[in-house]
Write a protein that binds this ligand. Structure first.
Ligand code: PLP
Length: 339
């Protein structure tokens, strides 16, 4: 196992400005009760990014460290971003911007067909208001127009696109990859695979770029897509890995088969629950007392369970599932009532 110097100021990662949201590493622990329930000899570990201590936690906070760092370095006054009405990314942006003393404006669209009060008023949208963000029912174009209005007032707004998955945002998960490598050395584990949910692909791309940049070749990163079919997500992920690697001072070349995307859990479409997702959410809640969200990590966890049941890993293999958080469970009360 390699020894990784996590706070080496000379690393390419630390040359990018950051606005810290994390208090040290998020925990990794073994899900022994889940393993017993599944009757598996595969060791299942959980990376608890749901415990990141700002704004309700989740993967979006890691991206925000670099996105806000860049915005502050550019003297931006406002952080504008876009997403669905229940966007975790928008909620995390609102929270992190509040903490950085910037205003946040969210341009949200009806990405999913649910129109009940739970979906429209609870979950992330409730929190957006709490964090003081201004919410518009408009798409990205309106955010860009709004940025021009700021410019006319001699103020600066930075516009962040879908899911915060720009190469800058991906650096958050390149940093997480280094964190995981340091933790596996501390814990004496050799992970065979890291499993994660993928939407705008930045979490997967950042993790893979971080591993490649650290010359780690023996950990596979598998994503379960919840947004689109594998070819589209795969292309997007490969492009983001290349750009993120370049930010890390790497040539950007890597074998394209390293990008592993599984769309078997997507179901009807983005944000629409599936019976397997519901089963996975209940299983983790009832074995480990832990929460998954119905849109991202619930579907990805269903994929993990399915992969274990179909013997993807040999007995004794170690698999790390990234708990990416998400505040949508209560917004899905009506939608999940009949499942
Ligand atoms: C809870 C949760 N998990 C996973 C993801 C997927 O991350 P990415 O968009 O970087 O693929 C998201 C994205 O919104 C999310 O909110």
């Amino acid at each position: 196992m390699k020894d990784f110097a996590m706070h080496d100021e000379s690393t390419a990662l630390n040359r990018h400005p950051q606005f810290p949201s994390l208090n040290g590493f998020t925990p990794i622990h073994r899900a022994a009760a889940l393993e017993r329930f599944l009757g598996t000899d595969v060791r299942i570990y959980l990376k608890r990014d749901d415990l990141i201590g700002v704004g309700g936690g989740g993967n979006k906070l890691r991206k925000r460290e670099f996105l806000l760092g860049e915005a502050l370095a550019q003297n931006c006054d406002a952080f504008l971003t876009t997403g669905g009405i229940q966007s975790n990314h928008a909620r995390a942006s609102a929270a992190a911007a509040a903490r950085a003393g910037m205003s946040a404006e969210l341009f949200l669209t009806q990405a999913v067909r649910f129109r009940d009060d739970d979906y429209q008023l609870n979950g992330n949208i409730l929190l957006d208001d709490l964090f003081g963000a201004k919410v518009h029912e408009d798409p990205l174009l309106a955010a860009q127009n709004r940025a021009q209005e700021y410019a006319r007032l001699c103020l600066r707004a930075c516009v962040v696109g879908l899911g915060g998955s720009s190469p800058t945002g991906c650096l958050g998960y390149a940093s997480c990859a280094r964190e995981i490598l340091a933790q596996q050395a501390q814990l004496g584990i050799d992970f065979d695979s890291i499993v994660v949910a993928s939407g705008s692909a930045g979490t997967h791309a950042g993790l893979l770029a971080g591993l490649i940049a650290s010359d780690v070749d023996n950990i596979e990163v598998i994503d379960f897509s919840v947004l689109a079919r594998a070819p589209a997500i795969g292309d997007n992920t490969r492009a983001l890995v290349t750009e993120t690697l370049k930010r890390l001072g790497h040539s950007g070349d890597f074998p394209s088969e390293k990008v592993v995307v599984d769309d078997s859990q997507l179901g009807e479409s983005y944000g629409i629950p599936t019976p397997m997702m519901m089963d996975a959410v209940r299983t983790l809640a009832r074995t480990e007392g832990l929460l998954l969200d119905p849109v991202y990590s619930g579907k990805a966890f269903a994929g993990l369970i399915e992969a274990i049941r179909s013997w993807k890993w040999a007995p004794g293999a170690s698999v790390l599932f990234v708990m990416t958080g998400g505040a949508q469970l209560f917004a899905y009360r009506t939608a999940l009532a009949c499942m």
